[in-house]
Design a protein around this ligand. Structure first.
Ligand code: GTP
Length: 353
């Protein structure tokens, strides 16, 4: 495909703190590799080779890891925003790097099964200025919705409401004609969702939706992050970058699981993780070098690198920062976040958000 891929990865990922204090969200280990690697694998599979990363927050982490992209069969370039320019500003800011007349833009935190070749073909067939990937969701109330007509033409962009008239939401992936991208005002903060797309519609430009119902998840929150990672491990979400076979768990080299422990539900154990006797780890992401002691229970949680979950502790729907120590017998539940390096004594105290 003669298309440039632009991936927006400049956000601060505040909803995933404290994990994003030291790494940008798209670089967090997800199903065994930085999340962005799963997305890049799908882009490569679709036959796109040239990728521009629109970075801002912790920009060097991306280039240090991916370099020129040749390891993945890609040609990756980087553009750094000194001040974050928002989604539209970030897209406009990479204009100098584009090589083709068509540009596919991705939010860098979405897991999606969309057929990129079909999305592109729809864009070309409609001779559209912009084509948005739209996905039908069961509960659209938390999202901006996009209404389309009989031929797929976008009729309206709707803000979040309690009673949306359509269940089609903006899935964070767009195909642009290069000249339309160049018309976004440069060097200032612009939102494509709130400014660029509604203005195009007002001007009568051909803006189309490509609607489908394959796997889609925005990994912006801890709950979505653990679900997305587990779905990649279990093969419910597509990727060509899983570093092991699809299954009920992904256990990276050097991790050690005691015979009487249970690890399941799409859990990933990073390198050198240890899981003690009778411990249970369900639908969780455990970063490298973490330790889960005897009889501990970790459910739908993220355990940071080098953190310790003490014997018999229960950690459920929680985020545990790198090197934190959760004392034996503690109970942490429902959205609780422990900052890196914090030590909670083995007091058996229950914390819940
Ligand atoms: P939160 O702070 O938790 O909302 O996360 P976020 O900062 O990642 O924001 P959001 O989830 O809305 O961003 C969607 C995608 O756009 C992510 O992949 C971000 O990295 C990216 N993004 C958001 N703002 C900017 C920006 O100003 N510049 C660039 N280049 N990318 C951005």
């Amino acid at each position: 495909m003669k298309v440039d891929a632009v991936i927006l990865v400049g956000g601060q990922g505040t909803r995933l703190r404290p994990l994003t204090l030291f790494a940008p969200k798209p670089m967090l280990p997800t199903a065994g590799v930085p999340f962005l690697e799963h997305m890049l694998s799908r882009i490569r599979e679709a036959g796109i080779v040239h990728v521009v990363l629109g970075t801002s927050y912790k920009a060097s982490v991306f280039s240090d890891y991916f370099g020129d992209g040749s390891r993945l069969g890609l040609d990756i370039e980087y553009v750094v925003e000194t001040e974050a320019l928002g989604t539209g500003g970030g897209i406009r800011n990479v204009a100098d790097k584009l090589r083709y007349d068509t540009v596919m833009v991705f939010n860098g935190d979405v897991v999606s099964g969309v057929d990129l070749c079909a999305l592109y073909a729809t864009h070309v067939a409609n001779n559209a200025d912009v084509t948005l990937h739209l996905v039908k969701v069961a509960d659209p109330r938390a999202f901006g919705c996009v209404a389309t007509g009989a031929k797929g033409e976008v009729l309206e962009f709707l803000e979040k409401t309690e009673d949306p008239p359509t269940n089609q939401i903006n899935a964070g992936c767009y195909v642009f004609k290069r000249e339309v991208l160049l018309a976004i005002p440069p060097d200032r903060v612009v939102s494509v969702e709130r400014e660029t797309f509604p203005n195009l519609l007002k001007a009568g430009a051909p803006v189309f939706g490509y609607v489908e119902e394959s796997y889609w998840l925005d990994l912006g929150t801890p709950a979505a992050f653990v679900k997305g990672s587990a779905d990649l491990v279990r093969g419910f979400a597509p990727t060509a970058a899983l570093p092991g076979p699809v299954g009920d768990s992904l256990i990276l080299p050097g991790a050690h699981v005691a015979k009487t422990a249970l690890v399941f539900g799409g859990t990933t154990l990073g390198r050198d993780v240890t899981v003690g006797d009778e411990a249970v780890v369900e639908e969780s992401v455990v970063f490298e070098g973490a330790q889960i002691d005897t009889g501990a229970r970790v459910v739908r949680s993220i355990v940071g690198a080098g953190a310790t979950i003490g014997a018999g502790a229960h950690v459920c729907d929680a985020v545990i920062g790198d090197r934190a120590l959760i004392g034996a017998g503690c109970e942490l539940r429902a959205g609780i976040r422990v900052w890196p390096g914090v030590e909670i004594p083995a007091s058996g105290i229950r914390f819940s958000a």
